[in-house]
Write a protein that binds this ligand. Structure first.
Ligand SMILES: [Mn+2]
Length: 358
């Protein structure tokens, strides 16, 4: 595996490349052109400039999170082929710049959904949290307003104010889209981009829906083992793969995370590792990465990745806000650095135990 940290770019991130470079074992970043709208072409010059900036700091771009997929592609509307053409061109430009992993998601309207961005934990840290009761009590059009005040002045991915201003129209766009239709549109998209992915060896890594169930009556498809395997079979190409995000699949306690990892051998191109603490199956918060701080057995998750020979980029996922840091919720430096160190420690122990036959 290659340990990385997500970085939003110098204009948007409170964390610098120089800080990332000092986290032991972190040699690369997962980044993006954060200002790009879904459906917009990324030029080779723009990608090249980003790459030079990262490399000047002694790091490497290990992948992109995300090249966002437009609503036209997700809903299969008239503009989809135009947007797919732009997506293909973007992939081509990434390939020419020697970038070979692209994370994306196929979630309608809202990306990841949390009902609190700063829930206080017993140790005084603050974390992102979710309760189904809060979602059920909320008018979806008010969702953004309810959390916007806790974003610490940052723009959170999937929750861009311009996009959220049109939330009513977005719901209208998806009104006839059910799970089957969304799945068909995903397959259509994947079939269209596979030739360019093959040509430049670009591994597509779909991020799961978060939480892993329907929110506000919207369709959700990337939620469990059965659905991902269906997607893998529908477009049976190694470049059609997944981001294994423990904190997203893990929102549904019925998902057996190590078993899912083992069943996706060869198709996990990117891993997000984080822990959740459950008060009940529909009330959870993001814990520190350490197993004992949350509800998951992180050793078993990392062990499963090791056992399937996972060699792609991995990153600590959302961290807690600790030590007075003010940053994008989930994306501060301190707790993600602790997470990276912890995952590196698990990996070293698993690897040495395995290779020394302990
Ligand atoms: Mn994730």
């Amino acid at each position: 595996m290659k340990m990385t940290l997500r970085w939003y770019g110098s204009k948007y991130d409170t964390v610098t490349l120089e800080q990332i470079r000092q986290i032991p074992g972190v040699k690369g970043v997962i980044t993006t052109l954060y200002y790009k709208q879904p459906g917009e072409l990324w030029t080779q010059e723009e990608i090249h400039a980003l790459k030079e900036e990262v490399e000047a700091a002694g790091l490497k771009i290990e992948g992109i999170e995300s090249v966002n997929v437009s609503d036209a592609i997700k809903t299969g509307s008239a503009d989809r082929d135009k947007d797919i053409d732009a997506y293909i061109k973007t992939l081509e430009n990434l390939g020419k710049e020697d970038i070979h992993m692209v994370c994306y998601n196929f979630m309608p309207v809202f990306d990841w959904t949390r009902t609190e961005l700063a829930r206080k934990r017993p140790d005084g840290s603050t974390v992102l949290a979710y309760t189904q009761e809060a979602v059920d009590a909320l008018n979806p059009e008010k969702m953004f307003d309810s959390i916007a005040g806790d974003m610490n002045g940052t723009v959170m991915p999937g929750w861009e104010p311009e996009r959220m201003a049109k939330v009513k129209e977005l719901f209208e766009l998806y009104k006839d889209i059910d799970n089957e239709k969304l799945f068909e549109n995903l397959v259509y998209f994947l079939k269209a981009i596979m030739p360019v992915c093959n040509k430049y060896d670009i591994k597509m890594a779909i991020h799961p829906d978060d939480p892993a169930w329907s929110v506000f009556g919207l369709p959700r498809i990337i939620i469990n083992k059965e659905n991902i395997l269906r997607m893998m079979h529908a477009v049976d190409d190694v470049h059609n793969g997944v981001t294994f995000c423990s904190g997203s699949y893990g929102t549904n306690l019925e998902n057996d995370l190590p078993d899912m990892i083992r069943s996706l051998k060869g198709r996990i191109h990117f891993a997000h590792v984080r822990n959740l603490y459950f008060h009940s199956p529909t009330n959870f918060e993001e814990a520190a990465h350490l197993s004992s701080d949350g509800s998951f057995d992180m050793y078993e998750i990392v062990k499963a990745l090791y056992d399937i020979g996972f060699d792609g980029p991995i990153r600590p996922d959302h961290g807690r806000m600790i030590w007075g840091e003010v940053a994008m919720p989930g994306y501060g430096l301190y707790d993600r650095a602790l997470g990276a160190a912890y995952i590196n420690g698990l990996w070293e122990a698993i690897e040495k135990a395995s290779t020394r036959g302990i």
